[in-house]
Design a protein around this ligand. Structure first.
Ligand code: AMP
Ligand code: MG
Length: 409
């Protein structure tokens, strides 16, 4: 396979960074209840202090610690009951020496009190009197004003992907809406004379389209919205028309198939014709997925993915992740992995970084990484794999019994 300009995976990612770091997505305002999973378009600064009053973390009695100093089961402190704080209301009295007030969890600690003793360590003797069996330290069982959020502080930064707890922070500072980036519009195109769409009759020699579905789902999982899904024949004219149309309305164009150097492989020429500077690389030193094209067409990314379903999805997993996070102005989340022991020798790929699909098997000491073998085009291979073991480009392979990291797919 004689590709034009083969570069390492790292160099490919650097190309994306160099070319698309300044890409500007539009922003939109969404209500907090619909903001989960969206990416913040600006830093969020709190206009308020949370909590704005001292809150008890326990059901118990608000006291002055000096009044219960040395209190014990045998020698309790006897305090006068000044009142009972109701949830959601102001404790409108000040605790005087020798007094206690009942406070529920989350209730306001009255002025004058400096701590809360848990109800378990007390006994209400009469309507007016309570005995306390434990001493308290100052601030014990109290959340102080601003312990959660200080007024004027940045609670979250631009580019953050909002998770459930983040929505809690945003509502706690009184926001009802938040400005997020509009999801990148993505067109997913598959090319191949042999590819039949889901509602087409399949003729002998044809296969069902896989990539349009897998790539679109992967892009959606990264936070994109799919605006076009198209299957095109290996026809340069037709492919050019479809690509131009998709390019005009997309932030990212993904084309799978025809990315190599076969007679009917038109992806390279067609992608290059979309706009300057055009194709940046043709070929990644990676297995599975060498015939990959990265282009910058007038500032927009156009990626030509290999046709093999496994390659297409794995390559998109790497490049798509980098690209989408660049657009969202955030760093991709730290990758997690599972430590495992390799069950057999695996070969690297000369001069290429290789990702070996593995499944995990429980062993007496932890997990075993069991290579999943098959031809590179078999999608069930990918579906039945838990993750990948990565073999660097300068390494010949990994031996049975070695400790490896398995990165979930
Ligand atoms: P290509 O990159 O066009 O040479 O395709 C490589 C292999 O992937 C061929 O066996 C194609 O039939 C297959 N292929 C290409 N596109 C798809 C697709 N959308 N769905 C399933 N298989 C595909
Ligand atoms: Mg083809």
């Amino acid at each position: 396979m004689d590709l034009l300009n083969v570069i390492s995976v790292e160099a490919a990612e650097n190309l994306l960074i160099k070319n698309f770091s300044d890409y500007r997505l539009n922003t939109e305002s969404v209500i907090i209840s619909e903001a989960a999973g969206r990416f913040l378009a600006s830093d969020q600064v709190s206009a308020v202090t949370v909590p704005s009053f001292r809150r008890s973390t326990k059901d118990g009695y608000a006291v002055r610690s000096v009044d219960v100093s040395g209190a014990s089961e045998t020698l309790p402190a006897f305090l006068m009951l000044a009142g009972e704080v109701n949830m959601g209301t102001v404790a409108d009295y000040k605790l005087k020496p020798g007094e206690a007030a009942y406070v529920p969890t989350g209730g306001m600690v009255p002025d004058g009190a400096d701590s809360v003793v848990m109800i378990e360590y007390s006994e209400k003797l009469t309507d007016d009197e309570v005995s306390i069996y434990r001493p308290t330290a100052v601030n014990e069982n109290i959340i102080n004003i601003g312990d959660d959020i200080e007024e004027g502080c940045t609670v979250m930064e631009q580019g953050r992907k909002l998770k459930p707890a983040d929505l809690g922070v945003l509502t706690s500072i009184g926001l009802t809406e938040v400005e997020v980036f509009v999801k990148p519009a993505v067109s997913v195109i598959s090319t191949g004379d042999e590819i039949a769409g889901p509602d087409e009759d399949i003729k002998p020699g044809q296969i069902r389209d896989i990539n349009t579905y897998t790539i679109a789902a992967a892009a959606e999982a990264l936070g994109c919205r799919i605006i076009e899904r198209v299957v095109v024949k290996d026809d340069q004219q037709l492919l050019t028309e479809v690509l131009r149309e998709c390019y005009a309305k997309s932030d990212i164009v993904l084309l799978s198939g025809g990315s190599s150097v076969g007679v009917k492989d038109y992806s390279l020429q067609v992608i290059d014709s979309l706009g300057a500077p055009g194709v940046l690389c043709h070929g990644i030193a990676f297995k599975p997925g060498k015939p990959t094209i990265i282009a910058n067409a007038g500032g927009k990314p156009v990626i030509g993915l290999p046709g093999h379903p496994v390659s297409a999805l794995v390559v998109f997993g790497i490049l798509g992740r980098t690209l989408v996070h660049l657009m969202y102005r955030t760093v991709p989340p730290v990758e997690s992995w599972v430590e495992a022991v390799l069950s057999e020798n695996v070969n690297g790929a000369a001069g290429r970084e290789a990702w070996q699909m593995v499944r995990l098997a429980k062993s007496s000491t932890g997990y075993e990484a069991v290579p999943v073998h098959g031809e590179s085009g078999l999608i069930t291979m990918l579906a039945s794999s838990f993750g990948t073991v990565r073999i660097p480009l300068n390494k010949e392979g990994l031996s049975k019994g070695s400790s490896v990291r398995v990165y979930p797919l």
